[in-house]
Design a protein around this ligand. Structure first.
Ligand code: GDP
Ligand code: GDP
Length: 439
């Protein structure tokens, strides 16, 4: 069913040298629903954007065909085309004519696209029957991972290719990464850990700029706080600002508030209290943040209540209780005395950076290929699944999709997650590894 969409759609750019079948493939993508929505003259002649719909998802397909087929400038021209796609698209489809094989021009495009931060899907076109599939294997040499054999003309495997494109597509188009205004922070924690004290401290300590932020609408329930030279929007803090010392309402109300704040935020600060053990309720709030896919910073408040000699012991206890989120940054603070609170901004920034980090596809696949070689997935029922390709389908938070010939057990998925963290850190953000099984 077609749903009316607002805001920009994710963009799929189809690139490749002339005559490889880009336009034919784009028509496949569009099917009968094809509708020209935009014609962008200028940079490249005939770059045309179409709105497409597949499996209920709307997106824009950009056909980059139609540029001057001047033999001499071909490699340079395709390199520019690829650069442009990398700057503007969420997913890039490189089409190569498998009947002709790899040409200098294809190599020039691949060289550029190997640096792409967006997923690149390599299509071996004109594989009209099973017999010609062997020709597609040559395309591995482009260094862009597995070539996907299709026949744009006859539709062979075109549906599978679209599934792949959709899987690689981020939930929100990249434009949304650049929305202006302060980053949104949720300050959450069970009653009495010191949330009101902290928000009051932050608003006092730094000039509160509620009325003076250019170009942002500040909801009356939010507070804009300047930390370390940067404005942050602490969402849904109305009830917190004046409330120090008063009762904190029912737990039910508090948990709804927590949920709403996390949803509205990009990063959550979960506040814990150093003078009490980490409770189930604390753990539940941490789980809420992870399940909502938000960046996470742990702040341990009331640090002033501890004797010096308790510090090391407590750190150990906390590490044990929070072993499942070793990746989260921790900062010890005292809302009451103001100690440590200036460190919050750095932790917020670095958690958000991880949350938005994208691993270049080629690098990701190179790394995973090596991992799998050293530690292959365990066999089930006598057959070991083969991992064919990995893509980072999304950011905010990073989500990885592993294409495999068989199901990968949870233990092996956790192993992959651990290895991805070992290599790229992802400190301060949950990440997700899921598996797509194809023959
Ligand atoms: P582009 O616009 O340069 O990317 O290429 P076109 O889409 O115009 O296709 C170039 C030529 O290749 C046309 O004659 C198409 O009919 C043909 N073609 C496209 N896809 C296939 C295919 O899958 N198999 C075969 N045999 N021919 C194809
Ligand atoms: P909230 O329910 O999470 O908003 O917690 P409050 O901010 O109302 O704080 C609960 C109690 O803890 C109050 O009595 C505060 O004075 C006290 N408190 C908050 N922060 C600190 C701190 O850093 N150190 C100490 N010693 N007490 C604190």
């Amino acid at each position: 069913m077609s749903t009316p969409t607002s805001g920009p759609l994710p963009v799929v750019a189809v690139v490749g040298r002339p005559n490889v079948g880009k336009s034919t493939l784009v028509n496949r993508f569009l099917g009968r629903r094809a509708a020209v929505v935009q014609d962008t003259p200028g940079v490249t002649r005939d770059r045309i954007a179409y709105e497409a719909l597949w499996n209920g998802k709307n997106f824009t397909v950009v056909d980059t065909g139609g540029w001057e087929p001047k033999a001499a400038g071909m490699a340079a021209s395709i390199a520019r085309q690829a650069e442009y796609a990398m700057k503007t698209a969420d997913v890039i489809v490189l089409v190569v004519d498998a009947q002709v094989g790899v040409t200098e021009t294809d190599l020039a495009a691949a060289r550029v696209l190997r640096r792409s931060e967006q997923p690149v899907i390599l299509v071996a076109n004109k594989v009209d029957d099973e017999r010609s599939e062997a020709g597609a294997a040559e395309l591995w040499s482009l260094g862009l991972g597995e070539p996907h054999p299709v026949s744009a003309l006859h539709g062979r495997s075109a549906g599978d290719l679209l599934d792949l494109v959709l899987d690689a597509m981020p939930e929100a188009p990249r434009e949304s990464l650049e929305v202006g205004g302060p980053r949104r922070v949720a300050l959450v924690g069970r009653p009495n850990v010191g949330k009101s004290s902290l928000i009051n401290r932050l608003s006092k300590q730094e000039r509160s700029v509620v009325d003076s932020v250019a170009g942002t609408t500040v909801d009356p329930v939010d507070s804009i706080v300047r930390l370390d030279g940067e404005d942050w929007k602490f969402v849904d803090t109305a009830g917190l600002r004046k409330r120090v010392g008063t009762a904190s309402g029912t737990e039910y109300y508090a948990s709804l508030r927590t949920e709403a704040a996390i949803e509205a935020a990009e990063v959550a600060v979960v506040l814990l209290a150093a003078d009490e053990v980490i409770s189930e309720q604390d753990q539940r709030i941490i789980t809420q943040v992870i399940e909502a896919g938000r960046a996470l910073v742990i702040a341990i408040n009331k640090w002033d209540t501890l004797d010096e000699d308790r510090h090391a012991q407590l750190e150990k206890e906390i590490s044990r209780d929070l072993a499942r989120i070793q990746w989260a940054h921790r900062v010890n603070i005292s809302a009451l005395k103001g100690r440590g609170v200036h460190k919050l901004a750095d932790h917020l920034r670095s958690a958000l950076e991880s949350w938005e980090f994208r691993v270049p596809t080629a690098e990701l696949n190179g790394y995973v290929r090596q991992l799998v070689q050293e530690t292959p997935p365990p066999a089930r029922g006598g057959r070991a699944p083969k991992i064919k390709y990995v893509t980072q389908a999304d950011v905010r938070p990073p989500r990885f999709v592993v294409f495999s010939t068989g199901f990968l057990e949870a233990g092996y998925r956790r192993f992959l997650e651990r290895k991805l963290r070992e290599k790229w850190g992802f400190e301060g953000t949950p990440i997700e590894v899921s598996v797509k099984v194809r023959e």
